[in-house]
Ligand binder design. Structure first.
Ligand SMILES: NC(=O)c1ccc[n+]([C@@H]2O[C@H](COP(=O)([O-])OP(=O)(O)OC[C@H]3O[C@@H](n4cnc5c(N)ncnc54)[C@H](OP(=O)(O)O)[C@@H]3O)[C@@H](O)[C@H]2O)c1
Length: 182
């Protein structure tokens, strides 16, 4: 079983993804897109994993944590105990190994990598990388966290689940893009 990593991120013109432990923008429809993409499964008996770095986990407001309807997995070098809320893993290969074994093997449909920076970078470098779902927000925001450079051998593709036209909310335009490795 070859497990694929799907990345999902939103970045502004200067490739920023975060500011002061939060998103630099409020885009409800983009948030709804994130929830829909990471939650939906073809097999109703299965769930998707949302894989994130420890800081991204801490940045999710407590009332929304764990992200519902999904198996939350947090990457950390520390021995954290997040109880029933999330599984803690030490590395991406550790996550792949865990998901390829019982009991998760038959319960997981997709792995969605949801940030932040170093987790996106490690996932794009991984042999298990499959796709990057990147929302391009067509505005400049002040940020302290950035999406890593997209490798030159990534190419744009289409996905029937994803709108191709330019979106707009609160006067901010954005576009959903999907990249695969050539
Ligand atoms: N716009 C977007 O799409 C988006 C998405 C996600 C997050 N964000 C924003 O980004 C910011 C948070 O992201 P961040 O880049 O600062 O932090 P992050 O990547 O979420 O977390 C970093 C931490 O994760 C752990 N980690 C990362 N890679 C690891 C690996 N390969 N193996 C083991 N542990 C690993 C380490 O935890 P330990 O220190 O515990 O070892 C590391 O300190 C926030 O502002 C958030 O709002 C934006």
């Amino acid at each position: 079983m070859h497990l694929k990593l799907n990345l999902i991120a939103a970045a502004c013109e200067n490739m920023g993804i975060g500011m002061n432990g939060d998103l630099p923008w409020r885009l409800k429809s983009e948030m709804a897109y994130f929830s829909r993409m990471t939650t939906m499964t073809k097999d109703p008996a299965k769930k998707n994993i949302v894989l994130m770095g420890r800081r991204t986990w801490e940045c999710i407001p407590k009332k929304y944590r764990p992200l519902q309807g999904r198996i939350n997995v947090v990457l950390s070098s520390q021995s954290l105990n997040l109880g029933d809320d999330a599984i803690v893993c030490k590395s991406i290969p550790h996550v792949i190994e865990m998901v390829s074994q019982y009991p998760l093997k038959d319960k997981v449909e997709k792995i969605w990598v949801i940030g932040g920076s170093s987790v996106y970078k490690a996932s794009m470098d991984s042999p298990n990388f499959y796709r990057l779902y990147l929302t391009r927000i067509k505005k400049h925001f002040e940020c302290d966290t950035f999406f890593p450079p997209i490798p030159n051998n990534f190419t744009l593709v289409h996905d029937a689940e994803v709108p191709t036209d330019t979106q707009e909310e609160n006067g901010i335009e954005f576009e959903y893009q999907i990249y695969e490795k050539k």
